[in-house]
Design a protein around this ligand. Structure first.
Ligand code: ASP
Length: 382
């Protein structure tokens, strides 16, 4: 369970705050303590362990301690509320100005993750080392492997944001960066920007942040995840993060066609941590009682055949008529991009103007959450 003190600070801090200015930061919500549990994905400053350890989430969680503390400090960084806080923010800014690069290694299409990391870094006063057009125009095009591309990025930048089609590629990258540390003395860390059908931890952070921002707390809430729950990495990470957050009385409803159900490992992970899980293929059954509806795209690029995709592509389409069945207090989320699963463009226009739709806030929150995360992993408060 989260440290109660951190929790109190962070829950109270879920407001839009005026910033005292970190390299041009103007305003933004500050980060609640939803982050500590997923620290395992962020390999900030940890001592190299062997590769086997990396493959165990729980182990990795233990070797990356104190992220809750780092993130509480990030609150200060954005909005110091005391002389002491302002002093710490000034010191942190000074440190960030010395350790301020991040490189993006984007092997798969990305709009929001890549751009919001870039924007976050620029707002924090740093620089981004990126290849225009992702890795397509780098040595990857010549056949270079992940390890060597990661080594190159890690020797030029302090943080490497990696999006890659292989599950666990971020673990591989973290391992390679630690090896590089022993050879070159670099101190780069990797942040996963999504690993194939595996996970998307920073998306989960911004999603949970958005839930806390709009619904106050996940305690006692019903969160309904809908769509391609088999291949959707954002829902995998969100389910795990909700479970790790330790919300009391949380109910997770998983709505998908039979062939696109949530991987059993994820169900076990959340059930073992006391979350009540309900799987169904009937949206009708659950839509009226949800507090959070999290809609997702059918991940077409993960299907082996066009026929398999076509067979289920038309299921679970969110339209204004479907949304009318949800409660007045619900929030509708979507990690985006959206396609036909949110209806036609005319449907989009109606859904977008519904005050219960928060997916654009969710998208913007990604930048704020990533700012705090970058400040944390760059050691702004060490
Ligand atoms: N943008 C999200 C992701 O990269 C969701 C999606 O692509 O459907 O996983």
């Amino acid at each position: 369970a989260p440290d109660p003190e951190v929790e109190a600070v962070c829950r109270a801090a879920v407001v839009r705050v005026a910033a005292a200015g970190v390299g041009g930061v103007e305003a933004g919500p500050v980060l609640p303590d939803v982050i500590g549990p997923v620290a395992r994905r962020f390999y900030g400053g940890m001592v190299p362990a062997d590769r086997a350890d990396r493959e165990d989430d729980e182990q990795a969680a233990r070797i990356t301690p104190g992220l809750a503390e780092i993130l509480r400090n990030a609150v200060d960084l954005v909005s110091p509320d005391s002389v002491e806080g302002a002093r710490r923010a000034a010191q942190a800014r000074h440190k960030l100005s010395r350790r301020r690069n991040h490189a993006t290694l984007i092997y798969e299409a990305s709009t929001r993750t890549a751009r919001s990391f870039q924007a976050a870094k620029l707002r924090l006063g740093g620089e981004v080392v990126a290849t225009a057009g992702g890795v397509k125009f780098s040595s990857v095009y010549k056949g270079e492997n992940l390890a060597d591309s990661v080594r190159a990025a890690g020797s030029y930048a302090d943080v490497v944001v990696l999006r890659h089609p292989d599950v666990r590629s971020s673990y591989e990258a973290a391992y390679q960066l630690d090896q590089l540390t022993t050879r070159l003395g670099t101190r780069s860390v990797v942040i996963s920007g999504g690993d194939g059908v595996g996970e998307h931890p920073t998306q989960a952070l911004l999603d949970l942040f958005t839930i806390v921002d709009f619904q106050g707390s996940p305690d006692g809430r019903t969160v309904t995840l809908v769509g391609d729950l088999a291949h959707g990495r954002s829902v995998h990470s969100l389910a795990k993060l909700l479970a790790l957050y330790g919300a009391d009385g949380l109910r997770l409803e998983l709505v998908s066609p039979e062939s696109l159900r949530t991987p059993p490992g994820i169900i076990d992970f959340v059930s073992d941590r006391g979350v009540q899980v309900y799987e169904t293929d009937s949206l009708e059954e659950v839509i009226g009682t949800s507090d959070v509806i999290y809609w997702t795209r059918v991940q077409q690029e993960r299907f082996e055949s066009e026929e398999d995709y076509e067979a289920i592509a038309g299921q679970f389409i969110m339209t204004p008529e479907v949304f009318a069945k949800a409660s007045d207090d619900v929030i509708l989320m979507h990690p985006l991009p959206r396609k036909h699963e949110m209806g036609t463009e005319a449907d989009h226009a109606i859904l977008d103007s519904d005050p219960r739709s928060v997916y654009f806030h969710q998208m913007q929150n990604g930048m704020y959450v990533r700012m705090a995360l970058l400040a944390g992993v760059l050691g702004a408060h060490e």
